[in-house]
Design a protein around this ligand. Structure first.
Ligand SMILES: CC(C)(COP(=O)(O)OP(=O)(O)OC[C@H]1O[C@@H](n2cnc3c(N)ncnc32)[C@H](O)[C@@H]1OP(=O)(O)O)[C@@H](O)C(=O)NCCC(=O)NCCS
Length: 139
């Protein structure tokens, strides 16, 4: 498994198979834009196949938020998610706050990796789940 935080080096990657269970997932074009627009990314690759990724968005001063961590189903439970998170924590170690939201059953997973349980709130505009409109309007 190779890990990289340089998205530019990986333009010929196969990025299919993510956003499992999303009714209206982003296209590969939108996915690529999401990776390129993030403050930091860490990618797990096997050859030219992307098998896991984590992203962070940030003000670059005090705070960062981790919106995405996903490992392809066939590659789960091999420590790839933990490695992606460890590498992202290192990338963000100059910042004060690093937050993420997750389902209750994953809180223990993040606690095992040195994060603290917290409460949160969220808003989801499901009509924008694919990111298609934003992607087109900001071209
Ligand atoms: C969550 C996720 C990133 C973990 O990646 P992974 O590479 O499979 O995880 P690791 O191999 O590092 O760790 C496996 C551990 O996570 C636990 N785990 C995985 N998914 C879990 C879930 N949904 N709920 C609770 N625990 C989970 C496993 O039981 C295992 O526990 P163990 O270490 O006690 O045996 C991966 O399951 C995934 O992509 N899930 C779908 C997307 C998602 O939910 N992302 C998180 C958004 S907050």
């Amino acid at each position: 498994m190779q890990y990289t935080s340089e998205f530019e080096q990986t333009e010929n990657l196969d990025i299919n198979g993510f956003f499992v269970g999303w009714p209206n997932p982003p296209s590969n074009q939108v996915f690529e834009k999401l990776l390129k627009s993030s403050y930091k990314v860490v990618l797990a690759c096997e050859g030219d196949k992307l098998v896991g990724f984590i992203t962070a968005i940030s003000d670059g001063v005090l705070s960062a938020y981790i919106p995405f961590l996903e490992v392809l189903p066939a590659y789960q439970n091999r420590g790839i998610g933990a490695e992606l998170l460890a590498k992202m924590k290192q990338e963000l170690s100059h910042l004060y706050m690093v937050d993420l939201l997750c389902d209750q059953d994953l809180v223990g997973y993040y606690q095992k990796q040195g994060m603290s349980a917290a409460t949160g709130a969220m808003l989801r505009n499901y009509q924008h789940q694919s990111g298609q409109a934003q992607s087109a309007s900001s071209k």
